[in-house]
Design a protein around this ligand. Structure first.
Ligand SMILES: Nc1ncnc2c1ncn2[C@@H]1O[C@H](COP(=O)(O)OP(=O)(O)OP(=O)(O)O)[C@@H](O)[C@H]1O
Length: 917
């Protein structure tokens, strides 16, 4: 028999006392630059987060920046032996400070020394006052010996004030954390803090990937990984093109083998069979508390199991401050669902049924409906729809409504007017107009034989509300008006919000017919009725429509304010995830683009994509259009081309309203013009929707006709363009479509300028400038590209502009000058060899060698030296301005710089070496 190893006497492993090596693609994290100061030292720095969240890397990075004395101790399971723990601890402190030689000696000679004695000796040897000292206990979750916890508590009670114990752990250690928190001696960092933001992820990928990744993709990756760096790292390692990258991001939702394996190992190490059972049963839930878990498990001990799992450092997120509600981390949830489907497939249905009933009893009806759908349980779905379908509709919860209806038998729907109306509204909302009509007709047939004539009439009138909206969407406002009035003639017995919808159709019809004032008044009244009814969907719709009408009238600020009201309403009623929110974000992004607030325009478009993520790409067209426009304004040609391509693909694959098409075509034409792609413009003319200036009574018909004029102008067919624009202009002026007037004058100015008709060009430019004092238009001007500079310079020189107009013109010139043309976009490539050359020189500042800059940071330093502003750098490098800021902060931190002038000085010094000055 072999003798058991005496752990107390084992030699110490030197590597356990070394700070971890820095990863090769280390990202400086600005948000931690304020963490810890040598002046204010907490007793305990607790960094607690699940595996792979960056606890070790972030701590090591921050302590290195602080340049403080650090005793690093990486624990493993062997360190549960008390003396071994005391020896390593003493050794690490000794190596960092030279202190505690006697304790070190004592432990070497008497390995059986009790922990308490050893720690007392260690504390007695530490001076009472000294420079800050950080003692890091990394992977502390591996310690489960209560004696050691007791020893650490002892240490925390008696250690000198300059000493900070940094405990890095996956789970909460029993170290009297609550008391330290109350005493103000604790500093906590959690998974929420450690998670990478989209900006950080973008900076991280930019240093790693040679290809361009869209912000959309980055945000999706961060959303799905919840900023978990290990998953982001995996994406970076396993993708060599942007297409593969995007595929990997998609996989985060369906399941990635490497991540599954990672979680397999984690479960193997940290949970027992009973805990695993808990995970399997609750995996189907989007959120849970202990009673819900108990209900699904049918077990008494679920409270204890939950408690033990929370203590095991798994990927479980606490949802509220009461600490009663939890959910699984998004990627862990994907994994658990997969495991559940493999291990307990036969239980799936009954688990979902139990969950549906439990939620129903708690009056969380959409969760109840969700699980009823997952269980394919028609009975439960029907019961829920009959009781709550109207409420879902009123509150705009259309996604769950749709999933319920999709799971039902068609005859059951046709026999029920409420279900039919719900189904028809959903179909119309998805632009499946024929389907909607089929549902209505089927119900009419089915009901005719079963109910009285009067009832049939009133049902038909309610059905006409849907038909009115369909007619509206098909571009038939006259028919829409007739149907809407017929819907308003009867009480809405089955689905009261239908009547509000019919009323808003009348407003929409008036709007597209060019009766802006009347339309606005109508929409205001509709909003009031919807508010009184608590019909959220209709309230938001009415507000968005008022915003659209205000935009058409040229009052963009008023439209913005209306949108603010809608956002506020959303917040008050917790409606942030309703599909209609995409509409609100979309119209907000359009105003932001027009005002040249590109970052906001981009983030609103991305928000729209996020909201409709589950509905499929078809619904992202409008967001993609904005993203293409933003990319063009930033001079990012590849990205713009990608979005334009996507939009084209989607337009050719499905049918879209002329409003969407005209908007898309405008972006496409602007792109082709900037890319000097005459062929695409010529081709577009062969497939473009026909225009009719007489019908250009609204923004989309105006836009469509203007697109023709744009195309003709780009192709130097000026006469055709002129006749369209002149007729459009007259129509817009008569109807008070001021934003269109503004855009028409810009187009006319451009046209005449190209045709060398200077006087007319300046007349229209001046008029456009005047109108811009109401609209605030910027984006529509900048779309002209560099031509705008000469045009406006001539205007300032040759006409007597009022002060405000001149200032506006000057601002536009400035923006146009900063704007990058596609063809002129500059990419600066600093050669690796040259950088190495600089670093190798003996006369470079020490920090350049000890805190190496990334390639991107070198580029940015050289651009700062060249005198570019942050915005210009972002344009040059084709990255977001926030990314530039992140790089600059990191650069400053590394080189201990506080002002731009110092950066310029450093760059001058370094770059002069390669330039041989
Ligand atoms: N700022 C960063 N820049 C680049 N990579 C990082 C950064 N932070 C963490 N990483 C990478 O993420 C991975 C996980 O980081 P780390 O080991 O620090 O996590 P941890 O939370 O300490 O994990 P564990 O619980 O397993 O100890 C590592 O591969 C690390 O290199």
């Amino acid at each position: 028999m072999t003798k058991p190893v005496d752990l107390r006497a084992l030699p110490l492993i030197g590597a356990k006392l070394l700070p971890p090596p820095q990863p090769p693609h280390l990202l400086e994290r600005e948000k931690f630059s304020e963490l810890l100061h040598n002046t204010q030292i907490p007793s305990l720095l607790l960094i607690q987060a699940p595996a792979g969240y960056g606890k070790t890397t972030t701590t090591a990075q921050r302590l290195a920046r602080l340049d403080a004395r650090t005793a690093w101790y990486r624990l493993d399971t062997q360190d549960n032996e008390c003396t071994l723990f005391a020896r390593y601890l003493t050794e690490s402190i000794h190596q960092a400070t030279g202190a505690c030689p006697d304790t070190r000696e004592l432990l070497r000679n008497a390995p059986g020394t009790p922990l308490q004695t050893a720690l007392t000796a260690l504390l007695s040897e530490l001076p009472l006052d000294d420079e800050p000292l950080y003692v890091v206990l990394d992977d502390y979750h591996l310690i489960d010996n209560p004696e050691i916890h007791k020893g650490v508590r002892f240490l925390l009670r008696h250690m000198p004030p300059y000493l900070c114990l940094a405990v890095l752990t996956r789970r909460l250690p029993p170290l009297g954390v609550a008391q330290l928190r109350m005493q103000g001696r604790l500093l906590e960092v959690t998974a929420v803090n450690l998670a990478f933001s989209a900006d950080e992820a973008q900076a991280y990928f930019e240093t790693r990937q040679p290809f361009e990744i869209s912000r959309e993709s980055i945000e999706r990756a961060v959303r799905r990984s919840e900023g978990w760096i290990s998953a982001l790292q995996l994406l970076a390692t396993h993708a060599d093109t942007s297409i593969v990258f995007n595929e990997r991001v998609e996989q985060l939702e369906t399941g990635n083998q490497h991540i599954f394996e990672y979680f397999d190992e984690l479960l193997e190490q940290s949970v027992d069979e009973r805990q695993k059972d808990f995970l399997m049963h609750t995996s189907i839930l989007d959120r849970f508390d202990a009673p819900l878990a108990a209900r699904l498990m049918g077990a008494e001990d679920s409270q204890e199991l939950l408690h033990s799992l929370l203590g095991s450092g798994l990927f479980i997120v606490t949802l509220d401050s009461s600490g009663l509600w939890f959910r699984y981390h998004a990627l862990f949830a994907v994994y658990l669902k997969h495991l559940q489907a493999c291990l307990l497939p036969q239980r799936s249905r009954s688990l979902h049924q139990a969950a549906s009933d439990a939620w129903y009893e708690r009056e969380w009806y959409d969760a109840a409906a969700h699980h009823a759908v997952q269980a394919y349980d028609e009975e439960r779905i029907t019961r829920l729809l009959q009781q709550k379908g109207q409420q879902f509709f009123k509150e705009g919860r259309l996604s769950i409504l749709q999933r319920c209806l999709d799971a039902l038998n068609q005859d059951a729907i046709a026999a029920d007017p409420v279900l039919t109306l719900l189904q028809a509204w959903i179909a119309q909302n998805h632009y499946r107009f024929n389907d909607a009509e089929k549902w209505l007709a089927a119900a009419e047939r089915s009901l005719q034989s079963n109910v009285e004539v009067q009832t049939v009439e009133s049902i038909q009138s309610e059905f006409n509300a849907v038909r009115a909206q369909i007619a509206m969407n098909l571009g038939e406002p006259e028919r829409a008006l007739v149907l809407a009035h017929s819907a308003l003639a009867h009480e809405a017995r089955y689905l009261p919000p239908s009547k509000v919808a019919a009323a808003s159709v009348i407003g929409e019809a008036l709007f597209v017919q060019g009766n802006l004032h009347e339309a606005l008044e109508h929409m205001k009244r509709t909003e009031q009725v919807a508010l009184a009814m608590g019909a959220h969907q209709n309230v938001l719709w009415a507000l968005c429509q008022q915003s659209e009408i205000s935009v058409a009238q040229g009052y963009l600020q008023k439209a913005y304010n209306l949108q603010e009201r809608a956002f506020q309403y959303t917040e008050e009623n917790h409606l942030q995830h309703l599909p209609i929110m995409e509409f609100l974000y979309r119209i907000r992004s359009q105003i932001m683009w027009e005002w040249h607030h590109l970052e906001s325009a981009e983030s609103c478009a991305l928000k729209g994509i996020e909201i409709l993520e589950a509905q499929g790409e078809r619904w992202h067209v409008q967001s993609y259009i904005t993203l293409a426009k933003v990319a063009q304004a930033r001079g990012r040609q590849t990205l713009c081309a990608d979005y334009i391509q996507k939009v084209q693909r989607m337009l050719s694959a499905g049918e879209y309203h002329i409003d969407w098409m005209a908007n898309a075509h405008a972006a496409m034409l602007a792109y082709w013009q900037a890319a000097h792609d005459r062929e695409s413009i010529l081709h577009w003319l062969t497939i473009a929707p026909p225009y009719d200036v007489d019908k250009a009574t609204n923004h989309f018909m105006q836009c469509n006709a203007r697109n023709w004029a744009r195309a003709y102008t780009s192709l130097e067919q000026y006469d055709q363009a002129e006749s369209i624009l002149k007729a459009l202009e007259e129509r817009a002026e008569n109807l008070g479509l001021c934003t269109d007037e503004n855009r028409n004058h810009i187009s006319l100015a451009w046209l005449y300028w190209l045709r060398n008709d200077r006087e007319q060009a300046l007349d229209h430019a001046w008029e456009a400038l005047r109108l811009a004092s109401t609209t605030g238009a910027v984006g529509s001007f900048l779309r002209l590209g560099k031509v705008l500079i000469n045009l406006l310079k001539a205007l300032i020189a040759e006409r007597e502009l009022e002060t405000m107009e001149r200032q506006r013109a000057e601002r536009l010139i400035q923006l146009a000058q900063q704007q990058r043309d596609f063809s002129r976009a500059i990419r600066i490539n600093l050669d690796e060899a040259i950088i190495q050359d600089i670093i190798d020189r003996p006369d470079v500042p020490e920090l350049i060698r000890t805190s190496p800059l990334t390639r991107r940071e070198w580029q940015i330093l050289s651009l700062i030296h060249a005198g570019l502003s942050n915005d210009q750098i972002s344009e040059h490098l084709k990255v977001a301005p926030t990314t530039v800021k992140t790089h600059i902060r990191s650069l400053y931190q590394k080189q201990n710089i506080t002002h731009r002038s110092e950066a310029i000085e450093l760059a001058k010094n370094l770059l002069s070496k390669i330039q041989g000055e």
